[in-house]
Ligand binder design. Structure first.
Ligand code: SAM
Length: 260
């Protein structure tokens, strides 16, 4: 019986699997990390195209079948662990010698944000992530100025994000309550400085603190500054005091982070 609390909706659509593989542009040099192989349908396709696939599955009840399925394929390694409880930097450095790997997965939706954050913030992020996520989350991640959210800013600060294609709920067993989409997240080649990132997100969180308020009001109340002072700072960053956080792009936030 699939376990709902582990986000177990297994992909049963051959065409979708094929599109994920095409979108991944795998070569026989590629090293792939998969989170949640489940019954191993995607794992199998990945192994046909990549040099090595390491698949991390939390559910001990699935491990026996997975190991059996890939017992004659030395390019596939199944690890029975919780992805959120691993020492990721150590694991990546050990398994992917030059630090180059792709993350390709139909991830459990209940931990979408922690997974994406983990891999964007780690010392050795993947060169590319191809992820199946809830459609609504995919749309929020790739949002443009006008409808940005903390999630969109958090991903786009580190990476280019693109929605590749939608996937119907009927493509899975059991059928989930939500539609899905496959996204590509391509981390920037230069990594972000930790202290700068901290400063950046302090300002972003302050800016988004109250949805109904203007940027100016949110920043002045979060930083305990008078509004006049905040408005001056906003103007010096080329922004208007009546703008709202969702209208800003990454460069706007970077300018604000250097001022506040
Ligand atoms: N890849 C399979 C497929 O496409 O059919 C299964 C995808 S299913 C949406 C998500 C998988 O992630 C499940 O097999 C589930 O047991 C596993 N999973 C859930 N939480 C996990 C975690 N914290 N670490 C590793 N795997 C996890």
């Amino acid at each position: 019986m699939p376990k709902k609390h582990l986000g177990q909706n297994f992909l049963r659509d051959e065409a979708v699997l094929q599109r994920i593989i095409e979108s991944s542009s795998l070569s026989t040099d590629d090293l792939v990390l998969e989170i949640g192989p489940g019954e191993g349908v995607l794992t199998e396709r990945l192994a046909e195209h990549a040099k090595k696939v390491i698949a991390i599955e939390i559910d001990g009840d699935l491990i026996g079948n997975l190991r059996d399925k890939f017992k004659d394929d030395p390019s596939v390694r199944i690890i029975n662990k919780d992805i959120l409880k691993m020492n990721l930097p150590e694991f990546i450095a050990k398994e992917f010698k030059d630090g180059k790997y792709k993350l390709i997965a139909n991830i459990p939706y209940y931990i979408t944000s922690p997974i994406i954050r983990l891999f964007l913030e780690t010392k050795l992020p993947p060169t590319e992530m191809i992820l199946m996520v809830q459609k609504e989350v995919a749309e929020r991640i790739v949002a443009k100025p006008g409808s940005m959210s903390i999630l969109a800013v958090s991903v786009q600060y580190y990476a280019q994000a693109e929605l590749l294609f939608d996937v119907d709920a009927e493509s899975f067993y059991p059928i989930p309550e939500v539609d899905s989409a496959v996204i590509r997240i391509k981390p920037e080649a230069r990594s972000r400085n930790r202290d700068e990132a901290k400063k950046f997100f302090r300002v972003v969180k302050a800016g988004f603190s109250s949805k109904r308020k203007t940027l100016s009001n949110n920043l002045s109340s979060s930083f305990c500054l008078n509004k006049k002072e905040v408005d001056e700072k906003l103007k010096s960053a080329g922004l208007s005091p009546i703008q709202r956080a969702q209208e800003l792009n990454i460069e706007d936030w970077e300018r604000l982070a250097s001022i506040f």
